[in-house]
Design a protein around this ligand. Structure first.
Ligand code: ATP
Length: 236
């Protein structure tokens, strides 16, 4: 890792029982970058985000964030350090209102401050649904709420797991556009996306995972232009 890296994952392995899901992964995210993690189903993308956010213990390697060693810490401790995890499946509280879902978040991450009004500016569709239970929102609206919740924690780094999953092309564009805008606030992003073409459009750099190992890395432009990547992942 170098001193300018915000996140440095160094030789990290993780397993589910005897099944090794990540093998000696090393990657970095620099301040203000959007970094995409690409790979087929089962490649280990979700596992990687869970290992970084402390949801899953790692079996080898080290993880540093903003110069501090963070592997072994609990998810809530990492949230307070400035890492926000917006998981696949969203994990909002369905029986609480949209507003309560936003307000319940601990805002100790040390990144830019977001109030409820800022989230509503970003996602105006949530405005008229503020007093509605979150469980009654559409998939796209739930995704917006999950992102809003992640931002209320004042993160410096957001880990997004498949933010476009189940969304229409319109919502996908809207949600990924909102993620791209975070860069202007200085927030860094690690983005796992099934929609690789769309992810590579907003990413600065990308890493490709194959059955638990990193097999490629490069600028998003180079990765998107590589014939083998186009053939394997982009449907060329
Ligand atoms: P997808 O795009 O399908 O979500 P992924 O790249 O995110 O895939 P992971 O969900 O990280 O992949 O899974 C990596 C490997 O670990 C897979 O072989 C998967 O079957 C296995 N795995 C994931 N979660 C568990 C679990 N809780 N117990 C056992 N094995 C698991």
């Amino acid at each position: 890792m170098s001193e300018t890296d915000l996140l440095a994952v160094d030789g990290v392995s993780a397993a589910y029982g005897k099944v090794v899901a990540l093998r000696e992964i090393s990657l970095v995210v620099r301040p203000g970058e959007i970094v995409a993690i690409l790979g087929a189903n089962g490649a280990g993308k979700t596992t990687l985000l869970n290992a970084i956010s402390g949801v899953l213990p790692i079996t080898a390697g080290r993880i540093h964030f903003a110069g501090q060693r963070i592997d072994g810490r609990k998810p809530w401790q990492l949230s307070r350090l400035g890492i926000s995890h917006v998981p696949e499946g969203r994990e909002i509280f369905p029986a609480m209102t949209v507003e309560a879902n936003l307000k319940i978040v601990d805002a100790f991450g040390g990144g830019p401050t977001f109030g409820v009004a800022d989230i509503l500016d970003m996602f105006p569709r949530l405005k008229e649904r503020l007093t509605q239970n979150a469980g009654s929102l559409s998939g796209g609206e739930q995704q917006m709420l999950a992102i809003g919740r992640g931002l209320m924690a004042r993160p410096r780094l957001v880990l997004f797991d498949e933010p476009s999953l189940g969304l229409s092309p319109f919502f996908t564009k809207f949600v990924l556009g909102a993620i791209a805008d975070l860069r202007r606030k200085g927030i860094s992003t690690l983005l796992v996306e099934q929609n690789m073409r769309a992810a590579l459009k907003i990413a600065d750099r990308a890493y490709v995972l194959r059955v638990g190992s990193l097999v490629r890395q490069g600028s998003a432009r180079d990765i998107a232009a590589a014939p083998d990547i186009q053939e394997a992942y982009l449907g060329a």
